[in-house]
Design a protein around this ligand. Structure first.
Ligand code: FAD
Length: 383
């Protein structure tokens, strides 16, 4: 088994690396690290557009939809480098989730309308699934979309819809047939956030980032914005979730490397217990990278990683917790200082990761739900 990237992929990585080395500025990193408070800020949009011009934002989109028809491996290399350079504004929903799902289930008109501007870095999508009574049990969602002639009328409340305060569109799950069994009456709609009747209210999360509550009050959505067939939305969401749960991990590699450098510089590395702990983390990080490669390989082969992506999700988010825990223990009280404090090590990235890990175990599906999926879908244990 050969785990190396091909010479062509390595050349592409080098080209991307050189580009990002010069294009990613401190202002941009600061904007990213302030998180979703402002969403994708001006420096991030600018970089996205510059990458879009080179067709690098969504290289795996087919050429006619703004990409380069690149392999998923090239897309992976790119995301990996972007996250390594701390240049990944968010887990870009348009590029990573909406585009690939539209390619599979969207109409030709939708692909033409949304994919090229996504690839040019002009528009972004937010995910509109969760509701107060429907998080883990997504099929229980109650936001209604009633068909009236050539449009749907949407009513109800969503919660934790993170990107809604800066995205141009929301990828909305709504109930279109209340009489059908709960998995079968759901549809997926593309909703323009400027449509009258939408109210977005902030929800602040423990890592300092912003999510939202979103209220829909008689919101009219053109019938042409239905993705795929009516009432089949739940099944499309399963595909979209598999794409969502396959994360790049360049940022974790980078933070780990920085942490190892810090341990060396501060003379902490002689302690055998410190060495043991860091060696354990290095092993886990390597295992995580290999799990990510496997998911990319499956997507490249047109196989939806329905239970392999949950392995990445659960392993990655729990690794974040173990890493930040261990690192804070090794750093001592300094490790608890927040970004901006005078004596803060590593710009407070470890402390932020500690809070971020707790939230990441929940968003995009909790660890318990990932394990349920691995057990029942992957290992065919009884539901
Ligand atoms: C910061 C943040 C950002 C988010 N962003 C988005 C977004 O952009 N768009 C969006 O649609 N959603 C988003 N979410 C929502 C997220 O997907 C849900 O919070 C998550 O799926 C859990 O749902 P819940 O909060 O309703 O918890 P619940 O479903 O009420 O779960 C509560 C607890 O019970 C456990 N549990 C529930 N069911 C089971 C079961 N069957 N077996 C074992 N344990 C179970 C859970 O693991 C959890 O520990 C976000 C959440 C957070 C915190």
């Amino acid at each position: 088994m050969d785990f190396r990237f091909s010479p062509e992929e390595e050349r592409f990585r080098e080209e991307v690396r050189q580009f990002l080395d010069t294009e990613v500025t401190d202002e941009m990193i600061e904007e990213v690290e302030r998180g979703t408070e402002i969403g994708i800020g001006p420096h991030c949009w600018e970089l996205m557009r510059r990458m879009g011009k080179r067709r690098w934002l969504a290289p795996a989109f087919p050429e006619e939809y703004g990409g380069m028809g690149a392999t998923r491996w090239q897309q992976f290399v790119l995301s990996d480098e972007m996250t390594y350079h701390r240049a990944y504004p968010l887990h870009l929903c348009g590029v990573g989730i909406v585009g690939p799902t539209l390619l599979q289930y969207g109409s030709e008109e939708q692909k033409q309308k949304y994919m090229p501007p996504i690839a040019r870095g002009e528009i972004e999508f937010a995910l509109g699934y969760t509701e107060p009574e429907a998080g883990s049990d997504l099929a229980n969602l109650q936001v209604k979309a009633e068909k009236k002639r050539d449009f749907y009328v949407v009513n109800g409340q969503k919660v934790f819809n993170t990107g809604c305060h800066f995205s141009q569109y929301v990828w909305l799950a709504a109930r279109t047939d209340p009489s059908a069994s709960k998995h079968k009456g759901i549809s997926l709609l593309i909703v323009d956030m400027k449509t009258p009747g939408i109210t977005v209210r902030p929800l602040w999360v423990m890592d300092g980032e912003r999510s939202n509550e979103v209220f829909y009050d008689d919101v009219k959505v053109p019938a042409g914005n239905l993705v795929g067939e009516e009432n089949r939305g739940f099944y499309y969401i399963l595909t979209a979730l598999a794409h969502e749960r396959s994360f790049p991990v360049g940022n974790l590699r980078r933070t780990f490397e920085d942490f190892v450098d810090y341990v060396k510089e501060e003379g902490l590395g002689k302690d055998p217990l410190v060495q043991q702990s860091i060696a354990q983390l290095a092993t886990e990080l390597q295992a995580l990278c290999l799990l990510c490669y496997r998911v990319t390989w499956l997507i490249q082969r047109d196989t939806s990683p329905h239970w392999e992506a949950p392995m990445v999700k659960v392993y990655m988010t729990e690794f974040m917790g173990r890493f930040s825990d261990t690192a804070m223990e090794i750093m001592g009280p300094y490790g608890q200082l927040q970004a901006g404090s005078k004596w803060v090590p590593l710009k407070g990235r470890i402390e932020k990761l500690y809070r971020h890990a707790a939230r990441r175990n929940i968003s995009a599906g909790t660890s318990e739900i990932q394990r349920n999926t691995i057990a029942t879908v992957g290992l065919k244990l009884p539901r």
